[in-house]
Design a protein around this ligand. Structure first.
Ligand code: PEP
Ligand code: MG
Length: 890
């Protein structure tokens, strides 16, 4: 097995093996772009190391061979005393994990070779600065020394010099600092800083391997749903220096604006600096366009390389580069992260440029991004008190209480507060707080600072580099340019699309994308630089491609009408239980439950009938011409009765007053009678229909009469009746016989040909397993994946997410709640089984899903693969389901 690839040997499609960075360095090398020579150690080597605790036996020799070749190419040897080759050792996994794993620069420097570097570069200060950076970085990441100790020593050196600027430290100061740093290493680790360059390199490689399992990396992967077993590659790359003087520098660039998607010159540049200075947002950068004035030749070359890259990758690329004494070097490229709006715009722009087709464009946007574009934003006409302004780093409108550290952000958000994390700049240790916060505000750093990159990746609102805000994390407050003080707990609002910061809560308005779906904004409108048009074109293509139909879960005319505007092709689930609520209906339900005689029960049902019928008339009107699946009553009856404690108190008080209320007493008895230990597994669904005579028949009658009424009025109602919680075909047969009788009776009486299909939910494991039998009595199945997940896992859907799911997610038992994304292996395989068996019995069986999973992007792909006819989800998720159904089909 080969564990090491020279940059000339790989290519961009080897990301599994070489990681994203390694694969793209190889691709650029082979495109003839100026990449410093180097090699990549594969993720396979990392996996062996993590599994066995040591590197693969052959790795050492392989690394030696590649190092020899690198040394020959460079004409110098690693750590050679008079003319040292220096290398960086960088992590690089298949998926980008910005700042989450380790990197060590300047490997190869030692007490001897630092002199060589000074001579070779003609810059003694630079040599000693590089050496102190190595000891600092190596000490912290490889040897595990507390980074603060180095920072304090550096601050102390500056204090002694009477300055706050690193650049004021001269060669002598830095030489002293190197001694101090070496002392720190020796004291903290009990060993001297290693002088052997190869030992430095090997230790750094192992540290990078290990950083795959660091806390930060694990948390990030969980958040981003990156599998834990991929491992990282390690890139060993010859060093080039951006900190050799004013003719050197380093920067990042995007081939398009990652926030808006527009073409232009986007990026940041920092002269006389190394890459880490930019990414950390420590010093403020200048816009990339400034480079044209500073170094025109390098600027022109960079522009031309960017065009090459964009055409080659056929996508937005981001780039890290360094200029060493006027020579441009490419250190990294990748297909860049972008905001949701940019993703839609860029996909469509690339189609118009002829670089990709519509299928590819659709593939490049996600339902998650579309969902983000549907978030509301701040109302521009509202009076809002602007207190600052920064860089619009990640869009959205976020409102919350200002907090100044990650710990408080997490603590407050756990107790239900909305918070905005305010920091001078963020670093990977802030990740927990960033996840917990509604949005992130920093006072330093550009579009490529840690805060910006991570927030964009998470889809979280972020304003960064709001420089006039003076953030004082120690005193937990920030001060605005005009001297106002915002304390911890004060509410602020941040706008990640404009970069504005406001005091107090600013009201929000719907997004233009929602207005487009609502039909109040024309698709041709040039809203937000073509965003609405881009959404329109990709939605149309998705609709054209998809095999799945999309229906809505809706149980009133208003939701139904909205769903229809959003593109619903019917209702997949009307839960009739809401029709049993409300004061008047509640009383009828109570009477139904308390009924001692047939007359009492029938009278209660007779009261409910016209109310139900009127509801269905409205619903069928709103969905005229499209199918409406009405589910008969599902929840346990006690849900319609008063709370047992309150009622007991009322009864007890009345008794104490010697004024007992007969009705309350009967109610209390009924509540006791109906009380269940596990109501979710008790008297609900079809079971209820079977033990309360006349209940389901009344509902069927209401549906049939409503349909007849609509037909007679010239409408086109397409009712379907669905029986919940069926476990065996016998249950279904009984309900079905009754229902058919009622339907025939209504048809005869009204003279209307009703044609109402009768089907069932598949939401119990037994139903899924015996689907072949159940299909004998059902014209359609709708998978109730909420209950199916609950019963397959034995997880109470109402309890577990708040109790032990966090622990399960932390332990990696699953990456996402099975109530959110379908569990393919368990629940999913039952769904597939039921599809197969059901269709074997009844080839024209119609199949859908109406659990929450119907609107979840990943799950939609599964339902497409499983061959369902439709998914049904809440109205707001319909566009997402349409888009994902289209993506699943290409
Ligand atoms: C389901 O169980 O998936 C379902 C749609 O029904 P409910 O959520 O109403 O139980
Ligand atoms: Mg259910």
């Amino acid at each position: 097995q080969k564990f090491v690839y020279d940059f000339t040997e790989g290519n961009k499609d080897l990301k599994d093996l070489l990681g994203g960075k390694g694969a793209n360095l190889a691709e650029m090398t082979n495109l003839g772009l100026p990449v410093p020579p180097g090699f990549t150690i594969t993720t396979e080597a990392c996996k062996v190391y993590l599994e066995t605790g040591s590197e693969p036996a052959s790795l050492r020799d392989e690394v030696s061979a590649h190092l020899d070749a690198l040394e020959r190419t460079m004409g110098k040897k690693l750590g050679q005393a008079d003319n040292p080759l220096l290398v960086s050792v960088r992590s690089g996994a298949k998926f980008s994990m910005p700042g989450m794993m380790d990197t060590v620069l300047n490997i190869g420097l030692s007490d001897a070779s630092v002199q060589g570097l000074a001579a070779q570069s003609g810059n003694e200060r630079f040599a000693w600065d590089s050496y102190r950076r190595l000891i600092q970085m190596f000490g912290k990441t490889v040897l595990g020394v507390d980074g603060e100790l180095f920072e304090e020593a550096l601050d102390e050196a500056k204090r002694a010099k009477g300055t706050v600027n690193d650049l004021d430290l001269d060669a002598g100061d830095l030489r002293g600092l190197v001694e101090t740093f070496k002392g720190i290493v020796a004291k903290q680790t009990g060993r001297d800083f290693p002088q052997d360059p190869r030992e430095q390199m090997d230790l750094a490689i192992h540290a990078v391997f290990e950083s795959w399992n660091g806390d930060r990396a694990r948390l990030y992967r969980r958040q981003e749903r990156i599998p834990n077993d991929l491992g990282t590659a390690v890139n060993v790359c010859s060093m080039v220096f951006g900190n050799l003087g004013e003719d050197s520098g380093t920067g990042v660039a995007f081939t398009r604006d990652p926030a808006s998607g527009h073409q232009g010159v986007y990026g940041d540049y920092l002269s006389n600096a190394q890459g880490e200075d930019v990414v950390a947002g420590i010093r403020n950068t200048v816009p990339l366009s400034e480079l044209e004035n500073l170094d025109k030749a390098s600027y022109d070359q960079l522009m031309s390389i960017m065009q090459t890259l964009e055409e080659h990758y056929r996508d937005l690329c981001d780039i890290e580069f360094t200029i060493e004494r006027g020579k441009l070097w490419m250190l990294q490229t990748r297909v860049g992260k972008r905001t949701a709006a940019a993703a839609f715009r860029i996909a469509v722009q690339l189609v118009d440029q002829g670089l990709i087709d519509l299928d590819e464009a659709l593939h490049r946007v996600t339902g998650g991004q579309l969902a983000q574009l549907m978030f509301p934003r701040f109302d521009e006409s509202a009076k809002a008190e602007k207190i600052g302004w920064g860089i619009a780093a990640s869009p959205g409108a976020a409102v919350g209480k200002a907090v100044f550290d990650s710990y408080t952000a997490v603590k407050w958000s756990r107790s239900g507060e909305k918070v905005i994390l305010v920091r001078r700049e963020t670093n990977p240790d802030d990740l927990d707080g960033m996840i917990a916060a509604q949005g992130i505000l920093t006072s330093r750093g550009g579009k490529t600072s840690h805060a910006a990159v991570v927030a964009r990746g998470m889809g979280k609102t972020c304003v960064c580099g709001a420089e006039e805000l003076e953030v004082d994390t120690k005193r937990r407050r920030f001060t605005t340019a005009d001297g106002r003080v915002v304390e911890e707990g004060d509410v602020i609002s941040i706008d990640g699309s404009s970069g504005r910061v406001y005091l107090g809560e600013v009201p929000v308005v719907p997004s233009p994308v929602v207005e487009y779906f609502e039909g109040t904004l024309h698709a041709g409108a040039d809203e937000e630089g073509g965003l609405v048009q881009a959404v329109h074109r990709l939605m149309s293509h998705a609709d054209h491609r998809r095999k799945l139909r999309v229906r809505a879960n809706a149980d009133n005319a208003e939701d139904a009408a909205r769903a229809r505007r959003y593109g619903a092709q019917g209702i997949g689930l009307c839960r009739t239980e809401h029709m049993f609520l409300g004061e008047e209906r509640r009383r009828d339900v109570e009477r139904l439950i308390l009924a001692d005689t047939d007359e009492e029960r029938e009278s209660a049902l007779a009261h409910l009938l016209p109310l139900q019928r009127a509801d269905f008339v409205e619903l069928f009107t709103a969905m005229d011409g499209l199918p409406v699946t009405v589910r008969l009553l599902d929840p346990p009856l006690h849900e319609f009765l008063p709370n047992i404690t309150e009622l007991s108190v009322r009864v007890a008080l009345a008794e104490a007053r010697k004024d007992p209320n007969e009705n309350d007493l009967r109610l209390l008895q009924a509540v006791h009678r109906l009380h269940e230990q596990n109501p979710m597994l008790g008297l609900r669904g079809v079971r209820l229909g079977l033990v309360i005579p006349g209940l389901f028949s009344m509902q069927v009658r209401a549906i049939a009469e409503a349909a007849a009424e609509r037909k007679l009025a010239g409408g086109d109602p397409r009712a379907e009746i669905m029986i919940p919680l069926v476990g065996t075909v016998q249950e279904l047969e009984i309900v079905r016989d009754d229902a058919e009788q009622v339907l025939a009776e209504v048809a005869q009486r009204t003279g209307v040909d009703l044609r109402i299909a009768l089907g069932t939910m598949i939401e119990l494991p037994r139903a899924a397993v015996t689907a072949g039998q159940i299909a004998e009595a059902a014209e359609f199945f709708s998978f109730g994946t909420n209950d199916l997940t609950q019963t397959v896992w034995g997880f109470s859907r109402d309890d577990v997410e708040a109790s032990f799911f966090t622990a399960y997610l932390e332990k990696g038992i699953f990456g996402v709640s099975p109530f959110e994304t379908i569990d393919r292996d368990g629940v999913g395989s039952l769904v597939k089984h039921a599809v197969r068996e059901g269709r074997a019995t009844r080839p024209d069986l119609k199949l859908g899903v109406c659990g929450e999973h119907g609107g979840d992007p990943d799950s939609v792909h599964f339902f497409h693969e499983a061959g369902l006819d439709y998914v049904s989800c809440s109205p707001f998720r319909i566009p997402v389901a349409r888009l994902e159904a289209g993506r699943a089909a290409i």
